[in-house]
Design a protein around this ligand. Structure first.
Ligand code: AVI
Length: 333
């Protein structure tokens, strides 16, 4: 089974294809992105089957600490999660939780129901079956939906208190307006007074961050370059992929790691019949991974309608999990 990060920024299952079988949204995003001054392709297109497998490989690379750090928090602080959250919650996971993280949380807090939300029905069914097998008495209600929008939750959990779970720091892959929209939609999906447990990666030394996104084994490079291969394979592209190189660099002004594909010489190519050029050193921007401080994380949550309640970090202070509560809308300070 392929694994993808817990987000709807991943491969879409309900694909709108033209008569030649081309994914219209992929083509539109790529052509629009490559016609900008700073060429760009949205990160959601990383996750075809190979991209999802490469992402899974990234998470076990020695330099890529976020998955291990977040898992350590969930494991080490289980009793604190139980105290802060309490039993009897309907846990609504944004993205289907096939990873080890979800069982750690469910074991810690003894929920009344589990609702995985995912746009990909296959992932959803696999994750739901996996969780049902691990927690035999727990009602599991999978919902196939794009959680970037407001989602109607199953009637069976209507009366239960709700805890949203959004691990992985996928929120960091969004620019601020998109992240705020998502947080607001999560609040509408779960209801005022609900809680959210969200993973957010922390600002740290640039060298550690750049290594995490440019591992020595070259897995992240392969993940990034796979996007160009995907454009060639699916959109009739002629990008000379061997003349692109993976670049991961820390942008201090925006507190984010940026991934780019950089032309190593002047190149010309076509995508979907469109002629394109890149001069040596020019890049295609493929991903942002924002990193947070305690304050910037709180500010983002507040902008999205969530009041931070409690924060946990791993023993090396690399990654945070924040518990927040959906705040009633207010018109005055
Ligand atoms: C999915 N997301 C949280 C990963 C991250 O760390 O930003 C995606 C990733 N890109 C390269 N490595 C990992």
């Amino acid at each position: 089974m392929t694994v993808k990060p817990q987000t709807s920024m991943t491969g879409l299952e309900l694909v709108d294809r033209d008569d030649d079988g081309v994914d219209r949204a992929f083509r539109a995003d790529v052509l629009a992105g490559l016609s900008q001054d700073q060429k760009a392709i949205p990160a959601r297109w990383f996750y075809d089957e190979l991209g999802s497998e490469l992402f899974e490989d990234i998470t076990v690379q020695p330099e890529y600490y976020p998955t291990r750090a977040e898992t350590e928090i969930l494991d080490r602080c289980a009793s604190e999660f139980a105290d802060a959250i309490g039993a009897g919650q309907a846990v609504v996971e944004f993205g289907s939780g096939s990873s080890v993280k979800t069982p750690l949380l469910l074991r810690a807090i003894q929920p009344a129901a589990y609702v995985p939300l995912d746009i990909s029905g296959d992932f959803l069914r696999a994750a739901a079956a996996d969780l049902s097998a691990k927690f035999p008495g727990l009602p599991v209600h999978p919902v196939e939906a794009d959680f970037m929008r407001r989602v109607e939750l199953p009637a069976e959990i209507g009366a239960l208190p709700k805890l949203g779970f959004f691990p992985g720091s996928t929120i960091g892959n969004m620019v601020a307006p998109t992240a705020v929209d998502l947080l607001r939609n999560m609040g509408q999906t779960l209801g005022t007074g609900s809680m959210l447990l969200i993973g957010m990666d922390l600002v740290k030394d640039a060298a550690i961050l750049e290594a995490a996104y440019d591992d020595a084994a070259g897995v992240t490079a392969a993940f990034n370059l796979n996007l160009a291969h995907r454009v060639n394979g699916e959109l009739g592209g002629t990008i000379p992929v061997d003349q692109l190189r993976h670049v991961a660099r820390w942008n201090d002004d925006f507190a984010r790691i940026e991934m780019h594909l950089e032309a190593q010489c002047d190149i010309t190519f076509e995508v979907a019949g469109q002629p394109l050029t890149m001069v040596e050193g020019e890049t295609i921007h493929t991903e942002n991974s924002h990193k947070f401080t305690a304050r910037s994380a709180n500010m983002l949550l507040l902008c999205g309608g969530w009041t931070p309640l409690k924060r946990w970090t791993d023993t090396e202070d690399r990654f945070s999990l924040i518990l927040a509560q959906s705040t009633p809308p207010r018109s005055a300070p």
